[in-house]
Design a protein around this ligand. Structure first.
Ligand code: F6P
Length: 336
């Protein structure tokens, strides 16, 4: 990019994530610090099509670092998948005199970013999704807060499951990835965790785990299911059919996307917002910001989209080894 950047757009797109606001704030404030004007595009790519925008300055993003959700609203845009929609988005960029866009979201957002960059509008992406499933970065904004929200809910569930000596089946989000489920499962000491990255053997992964926990003295069981595996309700029914206990099923759902971002998400979002604008200032752009080790890195958008992020299965082994630890103690209880 040779052109000097004078004005950029900032948008959030796809599922919201705690810390998106902190990223918006950092991008806007960094832009202002470098003498670049900022336009907030509301409702993601759809907003760019519809010329749905708001002028932003350093004070318009005051007091949002601690707020969940996104002040710019978000949407999933079908129109942006069409050539016509993208052509209208490019017209909006021309009309507003935008030299580039900072797009905050997940893989879907970055597929949009690639299309727009091919039409001559430079884009820098900031990964923000509770799924943590973006290949070019170790970490996506929102993941840690979502893990903590899910952990908080499951800890509460455990209290009542323990009192009633029940089995709980909890469904967590994650789309097609098991990051949220596995991290949360380890952190709550789940009896079993089911993730889409591992072929499900129901007897081995669920029934044998419940039996082992029971033989080790447990009279309550916590099964964490990633939504990508299927419905927790179905898993609950299968458990009942197999061993006769009646699990209680909880789908945590969108509660996992809300709440104030925690320290990690505020700090990461702020650094990513800063580095995104620096990428424009230094004449690069058309990349996704990411973390590798403790550092911020940039990956060209096309390359970033081709990268697949793998769930470290060694974590699974950790869970299996540590979650059921007590030696065999016979107790009266659920009668397994
Ligand atoms: O990508 C974030 C996410 O929360 C996924 O975990 C989930 O599958 C999806 O979005 C839910 O999307 P929606 O808000 O459109 O129901």
């Amino acid at each position: 990019m040779d052109k000097q950047i004078k004005r950029i757009g900032v948008l959030t797109s796809g599922g919201d994530a705690p810390g998106m606001n902190a990223a918006v704030r950092a991008a806007v404030r960094t832009a202002v610090a470098y003498g670049i004007q900022c336009i907030g595009i509301r409702r993601g790519w759809q907003g760019l099509i519809n010329s749905d925008f708001v002028q932003l300055d350093a004070t318009s993003v005051s007091h949002i670092i601690s707020r969940g959700g996104t002040m710019l609203y978000t949407a999933r845009s079908e129109d942006f998948m069409t050539e016509k929609g993208r052509a209208r988005a490019v017209s909006t960029c021309k009309m507003l005199g935008l030299d580039g866009i900072v797009a905050i979201g997940g893989d879907g957002t970055f597929r949009g970013a690639l299309e727009l960059s091919r039409l001559g509008v430079p884009v820098v992406g900031i990964p923000a999704t509770i799924d943590n499933d973006v290949g070019c970065t170790n970490y996506t904004i929102g993941f840690d807060t979502a893990c903590n929200t899910a952990i908080d809910c499951i800890d509460k569930l455990r209290d009542t499951m323990q009192s009633h000596e029940r089995c709980s089946v909890v469904e967590v989000m994650g789309r097609n990835a098991g990051f949220l489920a596995l991290y949360v499962g380890i952190a709550v000491g789940a009896t079993a965790v089911l993730v889409p990255e591992r072929d499900l053997d129901f007897q081995r992964d669920v029934i044998d785990r419940i039996r082992d926990a029971r033989l080790a003295g447990s009279t309550h069981f916590m099964i964490v299911v990633a939504e990508g595996v299927g419905s927790a309700v179905e898993i609950g029914k299968q458990i009942e059919q197999a061993i006769g206990i009646q699990p209680r099923v909880t789908v945590l759902g969108h509660i996992q996307r809300g709440g104030a971002p925690n320290a990690r998400d505020r700090e990461t979002a702020t650094r990513m917002g800063y580095f995104a604008v620096r990428s424009f200032v230094e004449g690069r752009g058309n990349c996704i910001i990411g973390t590798r080790g403790g550092d911020m890195v940039e990956t060209p958008i096309e390359e970033a989209l081709a990268l697949k992020k793998h769930l470290q299965m060694e974590r699974y082994q950790v869970l299996e080894t540590v979650s059921i630890t007590t030696p065999y103690v016979h107790t009266e209880g659920s009668g397994l």
